[in-house]
Write a protein that binds this ligand. Structure first.
Ligand code: ADP
Ligand code: ADP
Length: 224
């Protein structure tokens, strides 16, 4: 399992050069993308998630070119955006069920099973009837992971997922991600060094749209 990002650049219409020749090779496990606000993390993640096109460069996943074959890649991709909105007046069970329909899980019995398993896995089964509007930040983010896992992705992209969570919820969230990363590529963006140090087997530091360092967290973090 391998994601290859080859020389990706992106300039927005307003002239901001958000990505300037990013190249990375990412394998199974948790990969950390560290960088300050405005570094280009979200742009890169949206680009990998095929929600936005780069101006130049290539991205491939297991030899699949993600722009030539967007549908194939979307089948194996899960994405938790930085600003993940939920319908406050819906329960997690009902919303997840709707999202499962959109993902093409048309068999009702199968869908019920998938929803049940995901709510259980993200520790939300007990509160499945509660409206999302009363969820804490950590619960919402775990729900965000549940929806991202609907299609059983091989590649999970999570953009600054723990902003605003307290330390306990953050740990809980990261334990969940670590479990997922045992058989998935997980790309985690954050501006918190410690998160990456503890969790990721590989990392890159980006700034102003460029990779300035990449390697193993424990080796790199000594240098910064
Ligand atoms: P981040 O914390 O990742 O930098 P922002 O708060 O900057 O996120 O961006 C939130 C949303 O606003 C994103 O969808 C991003 O694409 C968009 N955005 C950010 N900067 C600009 C900008 N200068 N012009 C237009 N849209 C922007
Ligand atoms: P990060 O996620 O690291 O905070 P972003 O990818 O959100 O960085 O932003 C990188 C740069 O691109 C910033 O200068 C931001 O303002 C700009 N930007 C992001 N989205 C847009 C957009 N939709 N339109 C214009 N500029 C944007």
């Amino acid at each position: 399992m391998q994601l290859i990002i080859d020389n990706i650049s992106k300039t927005y219409d307003n002239g901001v050069q958000a990505l300037q020749g990013i190249s990375l090779e990412i394998t199974k496990g948790m990969f950390g993308l560290l960088g300050p606000n405005g570094a280009g993390k979200s742009t890169l993640m949206r680009t990998i998630a095929t929600l936005q096109n780069a101006d130049s460069g290539h991205i491939s996943f297991n030899d699949l070119d993600i722009y030539k074959d967007k549908n194939a890649i979307r089948k194996v991709l899960g994405y938790l955006p930085q600003q993940f909105g939920v319908y406050p007046k819906m329960s997690s069970e009902i919303l997840l069920n709707h999202l499962a329909v959109l993902k093409g899980i048309t068999n009702k019995k199968e869908r019920k099973e998938v929803v049940h398993v995901l709510l259980d896995r993200t520790n939300l089964y007990e509160v499945r009837k509660q409206n999302l509007g009363v969820f804490s930040g950590g619960m919402k983010q775990r729900f965000g992971i549940a929806q991202a896992l609907l299609n059983n992705p091989k590649l999970l992209i999570v953009d600054e997922p723990t902003a605003g969570l307290d330390p306990k919820e953050r740990n809980r969230f990261y334990n969940l991600l670590s479990e997922i990363a045992e058989n998935t590529i997980v790309i985690l963006s954050t501006h918190i060094v410690d998160d990456i140090k503890e969790l990721c087997h590989q990392m890159a530091i980006i700034n102003r749209g460029e990779v300035i360092l990449k390697g193993k967290p424990l080796e790199l973090i000594e240098q910064v």
